[in-house]
Design a protein around this ligand. Structure first.
Ligand SMILES: *Cc1c(COP(=O)(O)O)cnc(C)c1O
Length: 223
């Protein structure tokens, strides 16, 4: 059995066990393929992985060309001049973090006559170097985005600070879940809470994640 297969079996078992223990619906797994060659993406698809996440468009496009049938999510900082190439290729933009980007997504989606789904990336820990909307701006942002006919926000996403001990991040996940449950804006239905990566995904699930983004625990450490 390949290490990829062993890793997937282990992670799926962990996610299923956690969902059962917590009385929750199935947790969605997005396999993060940054720095992962297309051959391994193919192997993951053969092992039943359906959704993949990429954080850089130029690295993602060649893999999307090889595997257009897979479900691709954009999870990195998105420049507005790249928006045109994202529309229609990615089923979910997980990193909507500013009005300028929302407006660009609306403009290009309307031009192509398609709808775009997105998660609002929130910077709960207030880290300066990281992307994400400050939590106090969330309600106003969602209210403004609700008026954009081709852009549909379906949830929230966060990338917390890295900690070796996932317990240190639990309060961040808990605060995200509180925001997810309490921010009510007409026209916006919150369905997806994307949080948790290789080192902390079980903690994230315990605190309410409905979707986890896992890279190195599936494909091995990035070089
Ligand atoms: C790289 C990355 C991940 C996956 O990180 P791992 O620690 O390798 O699981 C998840 N989300 C985002 C936004 C990333 O850039």
């Amino acid at each position: 059995m390949s290490s990829l297969q062993q890793n997937l079996i282990r992670i799926r078992a962990h996610l299923q066990e956690a969902a059962r223990r917590l009385g929750r619906e199935e947790i969605r797994l997005v396999a993060v393929t940054k720095n992962v060659p297309a051959s391994l993406v193919g192997e993951a698809i053969a092992l039943g992985v359906q959704s993949f996440g990429e954080n850089r468009l130029q690295d993602a496009l060649p893999k999307l060309a090889v595997f257009p049938q897979a479900d691709w999510h954009f999870i990195g900082r998105l420049q507005t001049n790249k928006v045109r190439d994202v529309i229609g290729r990615f089923s979910l933009i997980q990193s909507l973090d500013r009005w300028e980007l929302a407006a660009a997504l609306q403009y290009q989606a309307e031009k192509k006559g398609v709808a775009v789904k997105a998660l609002v990336q929130v910077n709960v820990a207030g880290e300066e170097q990281k992307g994400g909307l400050p939590p106090e701006e969330l309600t106003d942002f969602l209210t403004a985005v609700a008026d954009l006919s081709c852009l549909q926000v379906v949830g929230l996403m966060t990338v917390p600070p890295y900690e070796d001990d996932p317990e240190k991040i639990r309060p961040v996940f808990r605060e995200m879940c509180r925001l997810f449950r309490t921010c009510r804006v007409p026209g916006v239905r919150m369905q997806v809470l994307s949080m948790g990566m290789s080192n902390d995904y079980l903690t994230a699930v315990e605190e309410g994640a409905t979707l986890v983004r896992i890279g190195s625990a599936i494909f091995g450490a990035r070089t």
